[in-house]
Design a protein around this ligand. Sequence first.
Ligand code: NAP
Length: 275
Amino acid sequence: MYKIIDGKKISQEIKDELREKAAQLKAAGESRCLAVIQVGADPASSVYVNNKKKACEYVGIESLSYSLPEETREEELLKLIGELNAKKSVSGILVQLPLPEHINEEKILLAISPDKDVDGFHPVSVGNLSIGRPGFVSCTPAGVIQLLKRSGIEIQGKECVVLGRSNIVGKPMAMLLLRENGTVTVCHSKTVNLREVTRRADILVVAIGKPKFIDESYVKEGTVVIDVGIHRDENNKLCGDVDFERVAPHCSAITPVPGGVGPMTIAMLMSNCVG
Ligand code: NAP
């Protein structure tokens, strides 16, 4: 029988721990404040931004919200980031992605001070992670590590296969598993004989952005499967990159969608904010 890794419960535990820590910091006169910038009114982004604000309220940290119109010029956004970088009372800055096409995303992420880069996307943060220095870590992969650890799943010495090599999920995921002494393989769209590689995994992390792509033919018996994907299926129901019904019976543990990795991303953002 497989175990369902409950991201909702684990993320709640983390937020409760952070709430206590934030209260202690406040009592010691150290406050935290997250500035969230949204450009345009993409409905999905608005939901994410709202959830981040709510999480800040729950944990007990301040949040500032900047909702800029779609036609905001790149220079205007850079100017705002510059002001927030200089503002002592602001400890974290987050620019909600995706940005409108006329704004260069890379330039914007580079403009955020690495000291306030709570999303962990700045090259300095990425570099720190690669060479094992402390620093902000991308929230979703950091959440996956917490799911594994808090479920008592050993990473050290395990064959870990990461499916996907994006800058925000796959690559930092691989670095984090390596930091935990896993033996890590990263797969992508040019990987040959994908099934052969994924079937080696003791821990398989799937982040390929394709609904229900992974079926039972990609996993070995008793593996741990972490599904990062989020999609709506043909019935408008949330699903992941993994076909849960077909894969779960072959696993020792698996994350569901929803209620697996999803809630962990915000919990880890809060962790980055509280420090
Ligand atoms: P992405 O940037 O689209 O990257 C997808 C990766 O999968 C790429 O590296 C791509 O390879 C690889 N890939 C695509 N098709 C493949 C195939 N047929 N075989 C092998 N590899 C393949 O996606 P992402 O931003 O990492 O996100 C992945 C998923 O996670 C999405 O569903 C996204 O919505 C979800 N997500 C969830 C959270 C959360 O909070 N739970 C956060 C972020 C993302 P190439 O590099 O060769 O193109």
